[in-house]
Design a protein around this ligand. Structure first.
Ligand code: TRP
Length: 322
């Protein structure tokens, strides 16, 4: 067993992206990847246990139930790269199934250092596994994994938990195409997608009664206070989940409760907010099972198989690079 992590320092980028997002014309925005610092990753872990948010459990249920079937369809021998591993809990089933067949190198790619450490602790007891984590953005990490590919080895990329839904549809196709470009024909991608469901169920999933999702979203402002020395008054902003029917997505916003100005010294800006004005922090697009075939095709993959949860509409899609 080999455990090792390659880390990065990203504060400067954070400041410049915050500056760009909060000073742009019209709708203010912050990139959703910054939700996942240590506090945010811990809060998201709690969200995944909430009764209102069935997504992660559906994903885990499918992986547990169908791990052997999924692995049987993946051409081998393979090395596994996971984009956004989180705690790594639900990946165990797939890795165990694979490790019964071959010695397996597992490369989690994750921007949260604490999630990466947790993932390595969680999975290192599996027989015949070696783990090398990358504290990197998805595509940078994947390129490094691809550079380690051995002669005759296929890559099996995992992109679980419906993170693809956080891209708008065209950007999702573009991102999948970029993954495709680092792969060889015959390599596989297991893609998790949350499926369309009734509006009330969606709103509850992104605005739970306990307020954990609200805390998760507000933590982005708290993080800007912590890391960029800003003076956001958290109680003056409210979490809001909005349905955008046309775009088939839930949007998460932080709404300013009054007119106010906020200083962000490390980004060298003072930001003015009107009462009711929002910062858009995340979108979660919901797919139909059918549209995934076309999405895959446009990105250079063929959707070879699909597994759908009955309790919470969610699909695992096995895509093969053409
Ligand atoms: N990727 C998750 C999703 O779209 C992240 C998430 C869950 C999230 N709840 C949230 C992001 C609330 C922002 C706010 O389901």
């Amino acid at each position: 067993m080999l455990i090792h992590a390659i880390t990065a320092d990203v504060t400067y980028e954070f400041a410049s992206e915050v500056r760009a997002g909060l000073t742009r014309e019209g709708q203010k925005e912050l990139p959703s990847k910054y939700l996942y610092d240590d506090v945010g990753s811990a809060l998201f872990e709690v969200i995944s246990h909430l009764p209102e948010y069935g997504l992660t459990r559906a994903d885990a249920r499918l992986l547990r139930r169908y791990a052997d079937e999924i692995v049987d369809r993946v051409a081998g021998p393979v090395a596994v790269a996971e984009l956004g591993s989180g705690s790594g809990k639900k990946t165990r089933w797939l890795l165990q199934a694979l490790c019964r067949r071959q010695r397996t190198s597992y490369y989690p790619v994750e921007i949260s250092r604490s999630a990466l450490a947790m993932c390595e602790r969680e999975l290192r007891d599996i027989d015949a596994i070696s783990i090398l984590g990358f504290e990197r953005e998805y595509l940078d990490g994947l390129l490094e994994v691809a550079a380690r590919r051995k002669e005759g080895q296929h890559l099996f990329v995992l992109f679980l938990g419906s993170t693809i839904g956080n891209f708008d549809r065209p950007a999702g196709v573009k991102f999948l195409s970029e993954i495709r470009r680092t792969l060889e024909p015959g390599d596989s991608l297991l893609l998790g997608t949350d499926l369309l469901k009734p509006v009330e169920q969606l709103l509850r999933a992104y605005d739970d009664d306990l307020g954990v999702t609200a805390a998760f979203n507000l933590n982005l402002l708290a993080r800007i206070n912590r890391e960029l020395d800003a003076d956001f008054e958290l109680s003056e902003f409210a979490h809001q989940a909005r349905i955008n029917r046309e775009a088939r997505r839930v949007e998460m916003h932080l709404v300013s409760k009054r007119r106010q100005s906020v200083r962000v010294p490390a980004a060298n800006i003072v930001v003015e907010f009107l009462e009711g004005e929002s910062v858009w922090t995340e979108s979660s697009h919901k797919y139909t099972a059918e549209e995934i075939f076309e999405t895959a095709r446009r990105a250079g993959f063929r959707c070879q198989a699909q597994w759908i949860d009955e309790e919470w509409p969610f699909a695992e899609n096995l895509l093969v690079a053409e």
